[in-house]
Each structure stands twice: as structure tokens, then as C-alpha cells.
Design a protein around this ligand. Structure first.
Ligand code: FEO
Length: 396
């Protein structure tokens, strides 16, 4: 058997999913995803922490049996009930009929609702502890990262934080489990994508959780997705802190729609001028072709956002409306923002974009550029002036 021990008595028993194409049915998985699960063995009791998605539940059970074919599992600790982590709970209960399922009051309600489980359920409250024999688990409720029942479990003796979705990322584990066993460069963009797609609406709760653990010594973060963080722990915590505070790097995302290339001409003039002005990170997305998942990732990575749309049915282009709606849902903040648009006979897109971002905490820059039909020297100059002002604002 190949060791999957992270620290003595704590084993990785998670699985990789390289066949599901869209997480939650919406977010693409070009590098797959892992559903992480852990086995904590005390001198008296054993606990599984976090489950896996239903179609992988027998792999998880096999991994437990590989570690010890005779093992008795006393507890399943459920930090998060979303089915990518709880789907295998029924199979695990059948395999280990004496096992108790541990969660908080909201977890218990969801166990009953999703799986009809209401026996052998142990309800814990914030601050409760459980002694497995030299392995003491502390339960901390951290609601809304990413559901109301979410909690984190801290293993005192080994300073391991089982963090649920927090600090997680897309991307299957390709051999390495702990960050020191791999090149982690794949996972950082996938962490920002995971945060922006899944967790961003709950940034305030991430901040509360970070404050709660500020004085707790942590050597390992065991998230439910992606690598176990150890060597790069500080970097990962810093990323989550910045993302949840709405902070980002210098750079600009230009998200545009264009039916026949005219609005795209405006986007290209702006992008070129930004480059001449010295901006080096410029990500241009045609919203009809870039998946929203990656556009959101870039918007959360970079400080600047410029949106361009043709007028369409008296509104903005549908995919621009969808993107702005996603930003509204996440209460995106901290962006330097500008917009531009085009129309053929009646202007509406720019007005609509402005209405959709009105309540977001963005810093508006320059005058909106509106183009009737096709590019002209006057419109190009207005785009360049907008880009100049935008670059200057980014550098403030
Ligand atoms: Fe990985 Fe919110 O589930």
C-alpha cells in the first residue's frame, strides 16, 4: 500500500473526478476536481472527516480498507452537506453500521432531507470537542462557506484544520497530496476560479472565519478540494484574505460582446491603448466564447473591468446581462470600472450596463463611449481617452 499519511494518524482518503465536465452543472472542469476526505485515527476511536460524491463512494471505502482491513469507523464528521461531499454518506453508513454521523443542527436537518438519515446522528455546537484518544477534534461553526451548515474541524495535537470548501480549488490531485509533493502552479488560478465561482457571494463570512482562526496555530489546511496546504499555507491564507476583501492585482479585464465586430473594434482600441499606457495584464474576453467561469476568475484577479456591449432588444447583449447579473449576485466590489457600447438606431446598452452596476462598489472612470453603427476617428479617440484615464486610475 502506498502511504497517504499526512501526519501520523491522519490519512488522505479522497478521490479524483476527471469525468464530470461541469461542477454543480455549470462550472467547467478542464483539470478535473478532487473530493477530499480524511481518516483520523486516535488511540481509541477513528473518524472520517468529510465524505465524497456518490459515484466515488466505493473508492473511498476501498481506501479506508487499504489502510486497515479490520478498521472500525466510529464517526463521520460532516463539515459540509453539499452532495459533492455528502453523496456517499449512505454507502458509508451501510459499510460501517455502528458509525455515528456528526454535524450541527443544520447538518442534521439536511441529512434527514437529502438522505432520510436521522438515526445515529450526533449534533455538535460551536466550540464542542471530541476526543478520539490523543487526537482532539474541535468543531467551529463557519456558516455560509459555502452553505449555512458549514463548519470547520480543528485537530488540536497536529494543528490540522479541516476547512471544508474554504481554501479549496478545482483541479484533480495528480499524485501529490500535500503541496510540498507537487508543482502547485496549476492550482492557484483554479483557486481564484473556485472562489469567484462558488464562494465569492460569501466574502464577509470568509472574513469572519479568518478572524475566528487568527490566533489558532495551523500547520496544515485540509480543504475538501485540491491540495493539502502546508509549505504554502501563508500564501493560500493571504489569497483568501485578499479575495474576500475585494482586493486584486493591477490589470484590466475587458469583457465585450460583438455581433459583427464593431463593438469588438472599440475593445481592441481600448486594449491597445492600455498596453501603450503600460498596463501589462490585459485580459480580453468575448463573452460569447469565453466561459463565464473564467471571466469571473479574471475579474476577481484584476482590479480593472471594462464592459462593452452592443444594444440588443433594447437592452445590453444577453451574455453581458448574464455576466453583470453574476457580479450583482456576488456583490462584487473594489473594481475600477468603465463601460462603452454601440447601437444602430437607438442607444440602450450603456444605460443598461450603468443601471446594472449602479449598486456595486466600483470606482467609475472616464466618460462612457457610445458608438453609432461603425468605428470612426472620433469614437477611436474617445476610446483612447477613456483608456488613458483608466490606466491613470489603476495606478493611483
Ligand atoms: Fe465542495 Fe460547497 O461543496
Amino acid at each position: 500500500m502506498i502511504s497517504t499519511e499526512i501526519v501520523k494518524g491522519v490519512h488522505y482518503i479522497g478521490v479524483n473526478d476527471r469525468t464530470t465536465t461541469r461542477f454543480e452543472g455549470i462550472w467547467p472542469l478542464p483539470y478535473g476536481v478532487s473530493y477530499n476526505s480524511y481518516l483520523v485515527c486516535g488511540s481509541r476511536k477513528n473518524a472520517v472527516i468529510d465524505g465524497v460524491e456518490v459515484s466515488h463512494c466505493f473508492k473511498q471505502i476501498d481506501k479506508i480498507k487499504e489502510i486497515n482491513p479490520e478498521i472500525k469507523i466510529d464517526y463521520l464528521i460532516i463539515n459540509h452537506m453539499e452532495p459533492d461531499h455528502s453523496g456517499g454518506v449512505v454507502a458509508l453508513c451501510r459499510e460501517f453500521p455502528d458509525m455515528k454521523v456528526v454535524g450541527n443542527a443544520k447538518t442534521a436537518d439536511m441529512l434527514k432531507g437529502y438522505y432520510g438519515l436521522d438515526e445515529n446522528v450526533v449534533v455538535v455546537a460551536d466550540g464542542d470537542t471530541m476526543d478520539l484518544g490523543g487526537k482532539t477534534l474541535h468543531f467551529h461553526l463557519t456558516p455560509m462557506i459555502h452553505w449555512p451548515e458549514t463548519m470547520m474541524t480543528y485537530l488540536e495535537e497536529d494543528k490540522v484544520l479541516f476547512a471544508g470548501d474554504a481554501f479549496g480549488c478545482f483541479g484533480a490531485l495528480n499524485g501529490g497530496i500535500v503541496d510540498k509533493e507537487m508543482d502547485t502552479s496549476l492550482y492557484y488560478p483554479e483557486m481564484t476560479r473556485y472562489y469567484s465561482n462558488i464562494v465569492a457571494k460569501y466574502g464577509l463570512f470568509v472574513q469572519k472565519a479568518l478572524a475566528k482562526f487568527a490566533d489558532v496555530p495551523v500547520d496544515y489546511i485540509c480543504s475538501t478540494h485540491g491540495p493539502v496546504w502546508h509549505d504554502e499555507l501563508k500564501k493560500v491564507i493571504g489569497i483568501y484574505d485578499r479575495l474576500s476583501r475585494g482586493e486584486s492585482e493591477e490589470g484590466v479585464v475587458i469583457a465585450y460582446a460583438s455581433m459583427y465586430g464593431n463593438t469588438e473594434d472599440m475593445a481592441d482600441v481600448i486594449a491597445r491603448r492600455l498596453a501603450v499606457d503600460g498596463i501589462r495584464n490585459i485580459k480580453v474576453h468575448n463573452v460569447s466564447y469565453s466561459d463565464e467561469s473564467f471571466i469571473l476568475r479574471d475579474i476577481y484577479t484584476y482590479k480593472g473591468l471594462i464592459v462593452l456591449s452592443p444594444t440588443y432588444n433594447g437592452c445590453a447583449f444577453p451574455k453581458i446581462e448574464a455576466l453583470l447579473s453574476s457580479l450583482q449576485l456576488r456583490a462584487a466590489s473594489g473594481k475600477v470600472f468603465a463601460c462603452a457600447g454601440s447601437f444602430t438606431w437607438a442607444s440602450a446598452a450603456v444605460k443598461r450596463i450603468n443601471a446594472m452596476v449602479e449598486k456595486l462598489k466600483f470606482t467609475r472612470v472616464g466618460d462612457d463611449v457610445e458608438m453609432k453603427q461603425g468605428m470612426s476617428g472620433d469614437v477611436a479617440e474617445k476610446c483612447r481617452i477613456l483608456a488613458d484615464k483608466f490606466a491613470a486610475e489603476l495606478r493611483k
